[in-house]
Design a protein around this ligand. Structure first.
Ligand SMILES: [Zn+2]
Length: 257
C-alpha cells in the first residue's frame, strides 16, 4: 500500500462514520510581494482554498498589502510575532517571544504589530498570534487577549481549546519541510504519515474530547519551497479538495471574522 493509499484509507474511515475531516492552511513568513507568494496565491485560487498568511509586521513591505488588495476574503492575514528576531541564548532553540526580555517590552511590540496589521489589512487581518518558531513563553499567553488577540496558533496538537479565557488555540500539525540537519522536502512518506497519524488520533478522540476536535493544520513556508514541495502540495490539495469527507475551512470560520 502506498502512503497515499493510507491517506485514502483514513479518509474512508471518516466517510464511513459520517464525519468530515476539517483542515486549514497556514503559511508563514510573508513580508513582501514575491514570485513565491504569487505561486502560493495561484495554488490557493486553483483549488479555491482558504489560506492564512502569517505576516511579520515589523519587516513587512508595502508591496504585500498591494498584492493582497484584490484577493478574496478567504486569504486572511495573521500576525507572525513582531520582527521574527531570535532572542534565544547560544545553544537554545530559536525564539522571539521567549522569557529573555522583559514581558512589557515583548507585549509592547506585539501591540504595535497588531495595530500596524489592522491598519494595513483591515478586515483581512484576524487578530491571531502565530509565534515565530511556534514558541511563546507561557507567561506571555494570558496577556494576549488583554491586548486584543483572539487566538493563538503554534505547531502540534493543542492541549487546551482555550489556554486562557478569551483566547482560542488552533494549531498546525503537518508541514512538507524538514529543517535539520538540512532544510528541504521531507518526502511523501513522512508527510502523509504525519497527516494520517494526526487525523487518526483526532478521529479516535474527538467524539469525547473538544481538545482533540481541532481542525488539522497544514503549515507551509512559501519563501523556501523547492519544486518538490510545490509538486507535493499541488498533489495533496488536489486530492483533499475533491474528497467528500474533507472540508478545507476558511480562516475566518476558525478564528471569527
Ligand atoms: Zn516564521
Amino acid at each position: 500500500m502506498t502512503v497515499w493509499a493510507l491517506l485514502d484509507d483514513e479518509l474512508a474511515h471518516w466517510a464511513d462514520s459520517g464525519r468530515t475531516a476539517t483542515l486549514w492552511w497556514r503559511d508563514d513568513d510573508a513580508v513582501a510581494a514575491t514570485a513565491a507568494l504569487d505561486r502560493l496565491l495561484a495554488m490557493r485560487a486553483a483549488y479555491d482554498l482558504g489560506l492564512a498568511l502569517a505576516v511579520v509586521p515589523a519587516t513587512m513591505d508595502a508591496s504585500l498589502a498591494a498584492r493582497l488588495q484584490d484577493e478574496p476574503a478567504s486569504v486572511a492575514v495573521l500576525q507572525h510575532g513582531y520582527a521574527h528576531q531570535n532572542h534565544a541564548a547560544a545553544g537554545e532553540k530559536s525564539v522571539e517571544l521567549g522569557p529573555h526580555r522583559p514581558a512589557p517590552v515583548v507585549i509592547g511590540e506585539l501591540g504595535t504589530g497588531l495595530m500596524a496589521l489592522s491598519q494595513t489589512f483591515g478586515a483581512r487581518f484576524l487578530p491571531v498570534m502565530v509565534p515565530p518558531w511556534n514558541r511563546i513563553a507561557p507567561a506571555l499567553v494570558p496577556v494576549l487577549p488583554e491586548i486584543g488577540f483572539r487566538a493563538l496558533s503554534t505547531y502540534t496538537a493543542r492541549t487546551r481549546v482555550e489556554p486562557v479565557r478569551g483566547l482560542l488555540q488552533v494549531n498546525t500539525h503537518v508541514g512538507p519541510i524538514g529543517w535539520r540537519p538540512r532544510r528541504g522536502f521531507l518526502g511523501d512518506e513522512q508527510i502523509i504519515t504525519t497527516l494520517v497519524d494526526a487525523l487518526r488520533a483526532r478521529r479516535d478522540a474527538a467524539a469525547t474530547s473538544p481538545v482533540a476536535d481541532e481542525p488539522t493544520g497544514m503549515l507551509t513556508h512559501h519563501l523556501v519551497h523547492d519544486e518538490d514541495i510545490w509538486t507535493f502540495l499541488d498533489r495533496l490539495w488536489n486530492r483533499l479538495r475533491a474528497h467528500p469527507a474533507v472540508r478545507i475551512v476558511q480562516p475566518a470560520a476558525i478564528f471569527g471574522s
